[in-house]
Design a protein around this ligand. Sequence first.
Ligand SMILES: CCN(CC)CCN(C[C@]12C[C@](c3ccc(C(F)(F)F)cc3)(C1)C2)C(=O)Cn1c(SCc2ccc(F)cc2)nc(=O)c2c1C=CC2
Length: 396
Amino acid sequence: SSSSTEKFYRIPEGKGPHSVGCTDLMTEDAAEGSFLRLYYPACDATDIEEARWIPDKEYYQGLSDFLNMYRVVGERLFHYYVGSVTCPAKSNAAFKPGEKYPLLIFSHGLGAFRTIYSAICIEMASQGFIVAAVEHRDESASATYFCKRRSVSESQEETAPNLEKEWIYYRKLKTGEEERCLRHKQVQQRAQECIKALNLILKINSGEEITNVLHSDFNWNSLKDSVDTSRIAVMGHSFGGATVIESLSKEIRFRCGIALDVWMLPVGDDIYQNSVQQPLLFINSEKFQWAENILKIKKLISNDTNKKMITIKGSVHQSFPDFTFVSGGIIARFFKLKGEIDPNEAIDISNHASLAFLQKHLSLKKDFDQWDSLVDGIGPNVIPGTNIDTSPAEPE
Ligand SMILES: CCN(CC)CCN(C[C@]12C[C@](c3ccc(C(F)(F)F)cc3)(C1)C2)C(=O)Cn1c(SCc2ccc(F)cc2)nc(=O)c2c1C=CC2
């Protein structure tokens, strides 16, 4: 139905010149493999349906756990409200060959998973990026799974597919457990998973055969020689922002990084000894800011002109994940899923600043420099640095 509420509940489409496709990839049949959703420039196709936004009911169960709801309540609530939501990318659409695309690895936040930052990933793909949104197996995701290959005998029954999903749910902090210690261990695993995803995409780009444990009819060979292997960046939200910092310090092939509302707690102290040489853009919401977090960001930026921070006025922590678009009414207000700024305006500022920063530091030949002023915090609803005062209190 084209009822007026529909536009309110849709994830925004990509605004760039390319149609966008998406497909899921899982390698190996263990938790050590890679698991990612690929968003990519696709050939125009009207007959292909959009991808499911949250593909398995177990993600509703995981979200309920994460939000301290009862699973029987949460699962039904999520199914009712978002069970039919699709993301504006064509499922397994044909990849658009012909040019080498820069590569972006995206890392999700605490309690999130690979599919719920599709507004950002789809916009980047529509602008000519290949985007690999990884799903982390560090128990920070609401839910994730790997596939145990069933033994031949078990899969004898022709009905049961020989693919058995083994689910890993969000690990709550145990009482008395030191949060910093757990999160520091997790951020290291997260960085390794981003590097593994990078290597997997480069392997596909070289034309090597890969085994996708998820049986989709996407032709992975069509990606051969389509990645611009010298133009690779890493991006992430909150815990995923800390993963960006850790990934940059561990992998020089990530030429630059973008941290959206970074959560600095998981980042180790060694990071401040100039471990991050690459350019880094911090895009903050107005509300997710406190002195300790901001001081760590400022310490990392120190006086490096290639490291910048901007704040989007009127935005909140949830202005970056997709729930800010698909939620409405009391739920959105109760969980602060929207700020004062219109969700589409906020994500446009974030995406445009990201594109301008990527053009500058990946030497892209596009027109994203039209948004350079945003990277300096100049423009409507954006300010340079942060809006909180972190200077030590003046002596009385
Ligand atoms: C009570 C749980 N308590 C756990 C420690 C704190 C929970 N919390 C605030 C929440 C996430 C909230 C949320 C989402 C989504 C709905 C929904 F209804 F729309 F689905 C509702 C309510 C509940 C806003 C956060 O963790 C914030 N946060 C996030 S939120 C990432 C996320 C997760 C699931 C999503 F569906 C969407 C986005 N990612 C991070 O990396 C970090 C933090 C904090 C520090 C580091």
